[in-house]
Write a protein that binds this ligand. Structure first.
Ligand code: SF4
Length: 387
């Protein structure tokens, strides 16, 4: 729903506190005549104690608290909808200060709870299997809006669950993270900040569609994190059909850039391989993939296509999926199948946002409007829909 003039007028246009790294905050404090060491205490209040109200930061000088309250926006991104899947996946739609929304998904697996965050509103890459691609690129997210997804969801979990804690982050939501390079770099620094969330490099995975110039830059100035490449085919003609970016940065150029990523730090690179029936699931595809990748330096993650209304591809049969897996294992690869999570809550990237924009899920006067395909989760979670 577009915001009315009244909302726009009242919109808080101060810069977000969550855009600041620890070093940025030190500089801001120093410039204003406050002790830069206050930055450590402030990060401790915000990112460890989850206290976002400066007035409550008892060991921070009154002047610094007042300055930050006056000049920075401490508000969290607004969760406008959330749905819990039968498999424990919880999907959130978060709204930013300009009214744009993005999806973020908390996915439980063994002892982990991984948050899949978005990097852009929409996406310009245009993969033909992706629902987000149909929305085009609206804008890049700022660092605070990326970090803000984590803060808003963890804050929601703190208030609504029994001690569920996010442990890992993947940049695999809406958008191409390397197209938003500088903001994602800063968000990663904030995630990893020792005085703050202190997420280790093995807990963060950056997934890219293969933006070659940005991959070449990764080794020079991006914090060291796990890297996943959306490959989807080892054959140029098929990959170009699935991912038009391959016309510009084909497989040869992509792998030349990948070789520049220091593997000692990143251990093995994960290759995401979306399996679509009769597109990239044949013997020829198995052979091309085995020829392209080195089993010692690669992990393959097979993602059986998750059909959505209007999608042009089909999911292979379970038998075909298992056959593909078996072939890659026999060729010496570490190969896994990503279980489709949250199919009952529009898990395909971008689906929830699209449906939300078609129908206002929560209309204050009329009560929740139920979209048939997500009816069960909405009904299960009515008490969790913000009012
Ligand atoms: S799959 Fe990722 S990179 Fe490709 S269009 Fe969708 S959001 Fe963009």
């Amino acid at each position: 729903m577009p915001e009315g003039p009244q909302t726009l007028k009242n919109r808080n246009m101060k810069p977000s506190f969550f855009d600041l790294t620890h070093d940025d905050l030190k500089v801001v404090l120093k410039e204003k005549g406050f002790s830069p060491f206050g930055a450590t205490q402030i990060f401790d209040w915000v990112y460890r104690k989850w206290i976002f109200e400066p007035a409550l930061w008892s060991n921070v000088s009154k002047g610094a608290r007042e300055f930050l309250s006056e000049h920075y926006d401490m508000s969290l991104l607004k969760i406008v909808w959330n749905g819990l899947s039968k498999d424990g996946t919880r999907k959130f739609l978060v709204k930013m200060v300009d009214g744009q929304t993005v999806e973020t998904v908390a996915i439980p697996a063994r002892e982990r709870l991984t948050l899949c965050v978005s990097s852009q509103v929409g996406c310009a890459v245009g993969c033909t299997f992706c629902h987000t691609a149909t929305q085009g690129l609206k804008r890049h997210l700022k660092p605070g809006e990326v970090v803000g997804q984590y803060i808003a969801v963890q804050d929601w979990l703190n208030k609504n669950t029994l001690e569920e804690k996010l442990t890992n982050i993947v940049y695999m939501g809406q958008g191409e993270p390397l197209h938003n390079y500088e903001n994602m770099k800063k968000a990663t620094q904030i995630f990893m900040q020792e005085n703050g969330l202190a997420l280790g490099q093995r807990r963060i995975t950056l997934s890219t569609s293969g933006l070659v110039p940005a991959i070449e830059k990764l080794a020079t100035d991006f914090p060291t994190v796990n890297i996943a490449i959306s490959l989807h085919s080892a054959r140029n003609d098929v990959r170009t059909e699935l991912m038009p970016i391959n016309k510009v940065y084909d497989i040869e150029r992509l792998f030349k850039a990948i070789k520049q990523i220091p593997l000692k730090a990143h251990r093995r690179i994960t290759y995401e391989y979306l399996l679509a029936a009769d597109i990239n699931d044949t013997q020829e595809d198995v052979d091309a993939l085995a020829k392209l990748l080195n089993p010692k330096e690669s992990k393959i993650n097979l993602i059986p296509f998750n059909e959505y209304p209007g999608s042009k591809y089909k999911r292979p049969t379970e038998q075909k999926i298992m056959w593909f897996l078996d072939q890659m294992i026999k060729k010496g690869f570490t190969c896994t199948i990503r279980t489709t999570k949250g199919t009952d809550i529009l898990a395909a990237c971008g689906q929830l946002k699209s449906e939300f924009e078609k129908v206002n899920l929560w209309n204050k006067d009329a009560g929740p409007v139920v979209i048939p395909s997500i009816a069960s989760s909405v009904l299960q979670n009515q008490s969790q829909i913000p009012q």
